[in-house]
Design a protein around this ligand. Structure first.
Ligand code: SF4
Length: 502
C-alpha cells in the first residue's frame, strides 16, 4: 500500500451504521423473490460479472501450475475425514495444548452460549470497542448486533466486511463479503460515513478508496480493547490457530488489542502442522487462485515475556451449534468444508443472483446444504432447489464434498415432509407414476414430443408451454424452448442395440 494522504490522517471516523438485524432462522427463506430482485438489480449484475475472471480463471491457472493438485485434494479429503472420525480426541488435544500455553478454551453448544461467552470476556476487559477480523462464525451467531445491543462497538477490519458494515448489510460471499458492491457504491458509503473529510475529495479510483479505508481503520485498531478473529484452522498438536488473509487485518486484529478471542467451529481442527500444510496448499489455490495467501499466520497462545508484540490474553470459543449432530448422519461430509468459496464461484445460480438471495449466512451450494442443517428444512427448503445439479461445485471442491448428492438429500427430505408447493408435488407424483410404467412412459414422451414439435411449427422453438404458466412461464420469459427434434433418446438407444441406423 502507498502512504495515505496526510490530509486524511486527522480525519475522525464517523460512527458505524447499525447492521441489519441477524437473519431470523425461523422465518421462511423466500429465495424466489430474492432471486428476482437480484436479477433486476443492475449494479449487482455488474458486480457479479467479475466472478469469472476474478476467481474461476485464476483458480484454473493455479491448477495448471501444480500438477499434483488432484492428489493434494485426495489428501485434504482424507485428513478431514480422519479428523471427523476422531473429533473428540483432537478437540481435547487442542484444548490441552492451548491451556498449557496459558490460553482459555470456552465450549459453546449454540449461538446464544457463544455470544454470551464473547460478551463476558469483553465486559471483564471493560471493552467499549472491539475490532474484528473476517469471521463467518460471527455472522452465524449474530455477534455484531448482539455486541451493539450491549453497548460495545464492533469494527470490521477486513475491507469487504468493513464496506458491508458501513452499508448496514451482511456479507454476500464467504471470502469476498462485498463482492456485490460496485466501486461507486463504496465511494457513496465512505462519503456518508467518514465524517470530517473534504466532501469534494476524489474517490473515483480504487487506490483512493483503499487509502481512505486504511487511514480510518488504523485509528480503530489502536482504539480497540479486544480483537475478535475467526480461525481458518486450529492445530491440535500445538494448540495453534491459523489466520489466512490478503490484507494483514487478521494479524493486526489479533496482536494490537490487549485480548484476542478466536471464534471457531469444532470442525476447524487439524491434527498436525504437516496436515495443515496440505490444507493450506489447496485452500488459497481454490479460493483466489494464489499459490499462498499473502498473510498466513500460525500463532500459539498469548504474548510470551520475550515476544515483541501480541495480546496479553488469548481465548478460543469453540462452537458446536448443531455440527456434532451431523457427524453420524448423511450430511457428515459437509463438515469437511474449508470455506474456500470455490463452489459458489463456479455455481451458475450464485453467479446470477449473488449471496443475499440465499437469505442466511452461508450462500451458494454449500449454503444450500448448511442452512437447512443448521436451521430447519421447513424454513429453508427452497435453497436445495436453487441448483441445476450441474456438478461444477463438486468438481472444484478442494475436499471433494459431494455437494449435488447432499442437495438431493435435502430435496428428498423436503418432499417427504410435504414442503414443496402442491403443484410441484402433484407433478412429481404423476411423473413417478409414469416412470414406473416404461411402455406408457415411452408412449407419453412420443406424444408430448410430437405435439410440442407441431406447436413450434417452422420456428422450431416455443415461447409458451401449455398448462405451465408458473415456473415454466418465468423460465420462458427470457428464452425460447427448442422443440424436440427427431426420435427420443430411448428410441435411439433401442435402435442402436438392434444394430439399426440412428
Ligand atoms: S464446499 Fe468445498 S468448494 Fe464450497 S466452500 Fe466448502 S470447501 Fe470450498
Amino acid at each position: 500500500m502507498t502512504e495515505a494522504p496526510t490530509a486524511a490522517l486527522g480525519a475522525a471516523p464517523g460512527p458505524l451504521r447499525q447492521r441489519q438485524p441477524h437473519p431470523d432462522a425461523q422465518a421462511p427463506l423466500a429465495f424466489g423473490a430474492h432471486a428476482r430482485e437480484a436479477l433486476a438489480n443492475a449494479n449487482l449484475q455488474r458486480a457479479l460479472h467479475h466472478v469469472k475472471e476474478g476467481f474461476q480463471d485464476k483458480r484454473l491457472a493455479a491448477m495448471d501450475r501444480l500438477p499434483e493438485f488432484d492428489a493434494l485434494r485426495d489428501a485434504a479429503r482424507d485428513i478431514k475425514d480422519h479428523v471427523l472420525a476422531h473429533l473428540d480426541i483432537y478437540l481435547e488435544r487442542f484444548a490441552t495444548a492451548v491451556e498449557a500455553r496459558g490460553g482459555h478454551v470456552h465450549w459453546a453448544r449454540d449461538a446464544a452460549e457463544a455470544r454470551a461467552m464473547v460478551l463476558d470476556i469483553c465486559r471483564r476487559e471493560n471493552a467499549r470497542t472491539v475490532t474484528k477480523g473476517k469471521s463467518m462464525v460471527a455472522e452465524e451467531i449474530g455477534l455484531n448486533p448482539f455486541l451493539e445491543e450491549n453497548g460495545i462497538e464492533p469494527v470490521e477490519t477486513d475491507l469487504g466486511e468493513y464496506i458491508v458494515q458501513l452499508r448496514g448489510e451482511t456479507p454476500s460471499h464467504i471470502i469476498a463479503p462485498a463482492i456485490h458492491v460496485v466501486k461507486e457504491e463504496i465511494a457513496d458509503a465512505f462519503r456518508r460515513e467518514h465524517e470530517g473529510l473534504a466532501p469534494e475529495r476524489d474517490l473515483t479510483d480504487r487506490r483512493a478508496l483503499l487509502d481512505e479505508a486504511r487511514v480510518v481503520l488504523r485509528r480503530r485498531y489502536f482504539q480497540a480493547d479486544v480483537g475478535i478473529t475467526g480461525a481458518n484452522f486450529l492445530v491440535a498438536e500445538t494448540g495453534s490457530g491459523v489466520i489466512v488473509t490478503n490484507e494483514g487485518n487478521g494479524d493486526m486484529t489479533r496482536t494490537l488489542p490487549r485480548v484476542h478471542v478466536a471464534l471457531a467451529t469444532i470442525e476447524k481442527i487439524v491434527p498436525t502442522l504437516d496436515d495443515l500444510a496440505v490444507l493450506l496448499r489447496v485452500l488459497a489455490r481454490s479460493a483466489t487462485g494464489q499459490d499462498f495467501s499473502t498473510y498466513t499466520t500460525v500463532y500459539t497462545g498469548a504474548r510470551r515475556p520475550d515476544d515483541p508484540d501480541g495480546p496479553e490474553a488469548f481465548h478460543v470459543v469453540l462452537l458446536d451449534n448443531g455440527r456434532s449432530a451431523l457427524l453420524g448422519g448423511e450430511l457428515r461430509e459437509v463438515l469437511r468444508c474449508i470455506r474456500c468459496g470455490a463452489c459458489m464461484n463456479h455455481c451458475p445460480v450464485y453467479q446470477r443472483v449473488g449471496g443475499h438471495a440465499y437469505g442466511w449466512v452461508y450462500p451458494g451450494p454449500i449454503g444450500a446444504i448448511m442452512t437447512p442443517a443448521l436451521t430447519a428444512i421447513a424454513t429453508s427448503h427452497p435453497l436445495p432447489n436453487a441448483s441445476t445439479l450441474c456438478g461444477r461445485c463438486e468438481e472444484v471442491c478442494p475436499v471433494r464434498i459431494p455437494l449435488p448428492k447432499l442437495l438431493r438429500y435435502w430435496r428428498t427430505e423436503a418432499a417427504a415432509a410435504g414442503l414443496p408447493p402442491l403443484a410441484e408435488r402433484l407433478g412429481l407424483t404423476l411423473w413417478a407414476w409414469l416412470a414406473r410404467r416404461p411402455a406408457l412412459y415411452r408412449l407419453a414422451v412420443r406424444q408430448i414430443a410430437r405435439r410440442l414439435k407441431a406447436r413450434a411449427g417452422d420456428r422450431g422453438a416455443l415461447r409458451r408451454l401449455p398448462l405451465m404458466g408458473g415456473w415454466a412461464g418465468h423460465w420462458l420469459q427470457g428464452r425460447d424452448l427448442p422443440a424436440p427434434q427427431g426420435r427420443s433418446f430411448m428410441d435411439q438407444w433401442r435402435a442402436q442395440k438392434k444394430g439399426t441406423r440412428l
